[in-house]
Design a protein around this ligand. Structure first.
Ligand SMILES: Nc1ncnc2c1ncn2[C@@H]1O[C@H](COP(=O)(O)OP(=O)(O)OP(=O)(O)O)[C@@H](O)[C@H]1O
Length: 362
């Protein structure tokens, strides 16, 4: 188990003595605590796999350094890093039993039989595999095969971290939830640092203690899921985190206030930030719909998406801006209905040139 430090770590696949660098991963500083769960999140091509491959040792970074528990492992071979990896598709021996699959990494290390048996019993207990140890691996469902892939990594007692590269992609949607919870349980039971690569924000948010959001090879924000939701560093994070994403509204200046006419709400912001460069963001969960009344901003319901208990309402403001509201499903409210909007000022987020600003900073 290890604390992992990325120190000005970056990579350009075209790194050359001269010419401009085309960074797949722009230099980044991050510190990951021993025993926590992390998710690398971002759209395709943002550099997640590049970062993961540098951590596993499959790729040597073109700049910066990587430390495991203070030890510089930047140029250490993968086999000497004690990393367990779980890939998109389960990597197991289908001709072997579950027990034989778990035993294999230990046999390769020359452990004696008694030590191997004790270790397998311990890991099988954590993974709920005790009853299945003598089953042929090929008969197991995809999610159990992934659990065994994980078990083959965890069975060693020297694992510094588990790297999970989109391991839930092949899992049935209804099994994803339980496997994700299982991964968290394993993290709590073993205290092993886990790093998950995903482009699915709900997967990242429900798995990780901290989510690292990336875009175009650049770190956007890193922090606990609730921080990313409540205080996104920029409009991209606001949009990428949350479902539906953050609503962004155009603003106008009214004296020392920046106001979003669509929602009839604004913030005090003395003159330095011009309205053309600013937007006000509001989470769909933070806008309330009320019966139409003259003292509130009006809007019209365009579409209702019923989610069961909740619904997502698509609305059009009197300024012709489209936005979404997520709240308890209200059966009487439908397309074409007129409503009024209300927003608590403390739920308004202000962005200047795409970066979040607070009134004190502007
Ligand atoms: N071996 C390589 N040689 C050159 N460029 C590469 C190589 N591997 C990746 N890249 C480029 O580096 C950038 C980051 O790729 P990377 O695979 O790290 O992103 P990702 O976020 O993991 O994407 P995905 O979710 O699609 O796997 C992309 O522009 C990609 O085209």
């Amino acid at each position: 188990m290890a604390e992992i430090i990325l120190s000005h770590l970056g990579h350009a696949y075209n790194a050359a003595p001269c010419g401009p660098l085309d960074y797949a991963l722009k230099p980044v500083d991050l510190a990951w605590e021993d025993g926590k769960t992390y998710a690398l999140l971002g759209p395709s091509g943002c550099g997640k796999t590049t970062m993961l491959n540098i951590i596993s040792g499959l790729l040597t970074p073109s700049e910066g350094r990587l430390f495991f528990d203070g030890r510089d492992v930047t140029r250490t071979r993968t086999v000497d890093r004690n990393i367990a990896q779980v890939f998109q598709f389960p990597v197991i021996y289908t001709t072997k039993t579950v027990r034989q699959n778990l035993a294999f990494p230990l046999e390769c290390r020359g452990w004696d039989r008694a030590r191997i048996s004790a270790r397998i019993a311990h890991i099988a207990d954590i993974l709920d595999l005790t009853e299945r140890l003598d089953e042929p691996a090929k008969r197991l469902s995809a999610d159990l095969k992934q659990i065994i892939s994980l078990g083959r990594g965890l069975v060693r007692d020297d694992v510094a971290a588990v790297l999970l590269d989109e391991p839930l992609t092949v899992i049935d949607p209804q099994m994803k939830f339980s496997l994700r919870r299982k991964l968290r349980d394993i993290n709590k039971a073993t205290g092993i640092t886990m790093i998950l690569v995903t482009h699915d924000q709900s997967e990242a948010m429900s798995f990780a203690d901290e989510v690292v959001v990336m875009k175009d090879g650049e770190l956007q924000q890193s922090g606990p899921p609730e921080d990313l939701f409540a205080r996104p560093a920029n409009a991209f994070v606001g949009y990428f985190i949350g479902s539906p994403p953050l609503n962004l509204f155009a603003v106008e200046r009214e004296g020392d206030r920046l106001v979003a006419p669509s929602i009839g709400a604004g913030l005090t912001m003395p003159g330095t930030l011009s309205a053309e460069h600013a937007q006000i963001g509001v989470r769909p969960e933070h806008i309330r719909l009320e019966p139409a009344r003259p003292d509130r901003a009006p809007a019209q319901v365009e579409k209702v998406e019923n989610l069961g208990l909740d619904a997502v309402y698509t609305l059009r403001s009197h300024r012709q801006e489209t936005f979404k509201v997520k709240m308890r499903h209200r059966p009487g409210l439908g397309a074409g209905d007129a409503v009024s909007l209300s927003v608590d000022p403390s739920d308004l987020l202000l962005f200047g040139d795409g970066q979040r600003v607070t009134p004190a900073e502007a």
